[in-house]
Design a protein around this ligand. Structure first.
Ligand code: DQA
Length: 145
């Protein structure tokens, strides 16, 4: 099984960015733990601060020939604004799980709206970096059932 984690804007700064909200661990550490825990799953990673690059990656990996079985997507602030990313998710064939490190429902009102949830297989939010592991579990269960 091959899964792709996509992180959106500002998530390249994990570990340094607002540690009170996002924690002090880097995405590199998180990926290392995930790959150790799931040696049977190829976990690939893509990060971009650019909306179009995220859309291109969803297209490239989510369509036949993209050699990817599912996508874990933390679109960062684009979650709340990007109809274009929602359309890209709806356009591809693989399941996409929406992830948030923080509990967006408990934060500012603008973060309560996601344009992505309706086109995703599901959403996991609020468990810190463990949200990525929970999304991988959910995708694996879905793909194996
Ligand atoms: C986030 C929540 C978003 O509202 C925010 O813009 C982010 C990160 C999260 O993982 O909690 O960049 O997606």
């Amino acid at each position: 099984m091959k899964l792709l984690i996509i992180n959106g804007p500002n998530l390249n700064l994990l570990g340094r960015r607002e540690p009170g909200i996002y924690g002090s661990r880097s995405m590199e550490e998180c990926l290392r733990d995930l790959r150790d825990r799931y040696p049977d799953i190829a976990i690939e990673y893509f990060q971009s601060n650019h909306e179009g690059a995220i859309i291109d990656e969803i297209h490239r990996r989510g369509t036949p020939g993209g050699s990817c079985d599912g996508i874990v997507l933390n679109a960062g602030a684009y979650t709340h604004t990007s109809l274009a990313i929602a359309d890209a998710i709806a356009a591809v064939d693989v399941p996409v799980v929406e992830v948030h490190i923080s509990n967006v429902a408990a934060r500012e009102t603008i973060r309560h709206t996601s344009l992505l949830t309706a086109v995703c297989a599901g959403v996991i939010a609020g468990f810190g970096l463990d949200s990525y592991r929970l999304a991988i579990e959910a995708l694996r269960n879905r793909l194996e059932s």
